[in-house]
Design a protein around this ligand. Structure first.
Ligand code: ADP
Ligand code: MG
Length: 404
């Protein structure tokens, strides 16, 4: 995409405000506990950008949201454990202030020397963050000379620390550019949107059908085939007149599924068999049934082996594959086979030169659980953001950055 990144600007001796995604899992929700970071993947992912900026002679002011605090009183979401872990990973002192903006933050930012790292408090402690309050944005912009956005997962929300601050930085004459993580997401997903290689196969699954049906609509314009599995497939099968038993079906979405099937039945590939169970439980035992003979008292929790064969056949020779949404309830080992086998199949395609991109939080988790993240071309860090980008929407956090 035609957005400037940190390698397009000079940051030596500058104070650089970096919006990172440090929304990491924590060990406790009790503010009286000694809270630690339980998974530092997202902090690690920010290191290339942070180390590059430090090597160039910048000083850093970092900000992120963390969890869903109602206000600054929710101190269990304070950034202190994140700062501690970041300090260990960077091998440098990380100074943390207990506010996002204000006299302390301003004084700490003003005192920064090249190589120094300052971490601001959780941006959602400020009521103005989600409102995209211009006052908060301009106070944030006032702390620094340069704004860098490396939080792709927040780019679909116009918040003060994403969209607003970029506008304010430009208004005062400073650059607002993408970091390496953001740049990688834009390159990978941007290609799929604007210049996809063909054959291009999209795979959709998961559970949020009404949210994602618009994405299918848009993908029909660009992808050659769309394979539909997981909970999503149930609604389409019901739209075809199959009896789905106790399966998850979004009846409100059936008319839209019907419309898509009428419009593009040869592009949409549905399951021919499913793995059913008596109940939604980790202990439930799976049994394969054809989609036209699902037992009324059972629910479909995974795609079946004949469907996997069919999907495999459709995927042969594909040059670009986008996958969003697990093929089944992968959290239960008895119903993870479809998702795991598909992930293996896709890893094989990458070895043969295809580009395979994964979007969606649970899909990324499933691929990670299967140990195949490194085998994919790109696993997006942004669930909602990646979907909106693939839907062809403009993401406010990205639109606000400087054009090349
Ligand atoms: P993503 O986060 O990748 O965008 P979703 O949030 O849409 O994906 O869907 C993920 C969820 O869908 C998982 O928790 C999984 O258990 C569930 N799921 C997949 N297939 C089924 C199914 N057949 N019935 C019920 N839930 C399903
Ligand atoms: Mg999800």
């Amino acid at each position: 995409m035609n957005k400037k990144t940190i390698t397009d600007i000079d940051v030596a001796g500058k104070k650089v405000l970096v919006r990172v995604d440090f929304n990491v899992p924590l060990s406790s929700k009790d503010p009286n506990d000694d809270i630690t970071v339980t998974d530092d993947t997202r902090i690690n992912a920010a290191l290339p950008t942070l180390n590059y900026l430090l090597d160039q002679g910048a000083s850093l002011i970092l900000c992120s949201h963390l969890g869903r605090p109602q206000s600054a009183a929710d101190t269990q979401f304070a950034m202190d454990p994140v700062g501690a872990r970041l300090g260990e990973l960077l091998g440098r002192r990380v100074q943390k202030v207990d506010e996002v903006v204000g006299t302390q933050a301003t004084a700490a930012a003003a005192a920064l020397q090249p190589g120094d790292v300052l971490l601001l408090e959780n941006t959602r402690f400020e009521a103005g963050e989600k409102r995209n309050d211009p006052e908060l944005s301009s106070q944030l912009a006032a702390l620094a000379d340069v704004y860098v956005d490396d939080a792709f997962g927040s780019a679909h929300r116009a918040h003060a620390s994403t969209e607003g601050v970029a506008q304010e930085m430009r208004a005062k004459g400073g650059p607002a550019v993408a970091g390496f993580l953001m740049g990688k997401e834009l390159d990978a997903l941007g290609t799929a949107v604007s210049n996809p290689a063909h054959p291009y196969v999209a795979i959709m699954g998961g559970a949020k059908i009404s949210d994602k049906i618009k994405l299918i609509d848009n993908l029909l314009n660009t992808a050659d085939k769309i394979l539909i599995g997981g909970g999503m497939a149930n609604t389409f099968l019901a739209a075809q007149g199959h009896n789905l038993g106790k399966s998850l079906v979004e009846s409100d979405a059936i008319p839209e599924a019907k419309r898509l099937l009428d419009m593009a039945s040869n592009q949409l590939i549905l399951p021919i068999d499913v793995v059913v169970a008596d109940e939604f439980s980790a202990d439930a035992v799976g049994k394969v049934e054809d989609v036209w003979s699902i037992s009324p008292e059972k629910m479909a929790l995974d795609i079946g082996p004949a469907t996997l064969d069919r999907f495999n056949a459709e995927l042969q020779g594909a040059q670009l594959v986008i996958w969003n949404g697990p093929m089944g309830v992968f959290e239960f080992p008895n119903f993870a086979e479809g998702t795991n086998q598909l992930a293996l199949l896709l890893a094989g395609l990458v070895e043969h030169g295809a580009q395979v991109m994964i979007g969606g939080g649970d899909s990324a988790a499933a691929v990670h659980k299967a140990g195949l993240t490194a085998k994919m071309t790109h696993v997006s860090t942004g669930g909602g953001a990646s979907l909106e980008l693939l839907e062809g929407k403009t993401l406010p956090g990205i639109a606000a950055l400087d054009d090349k």
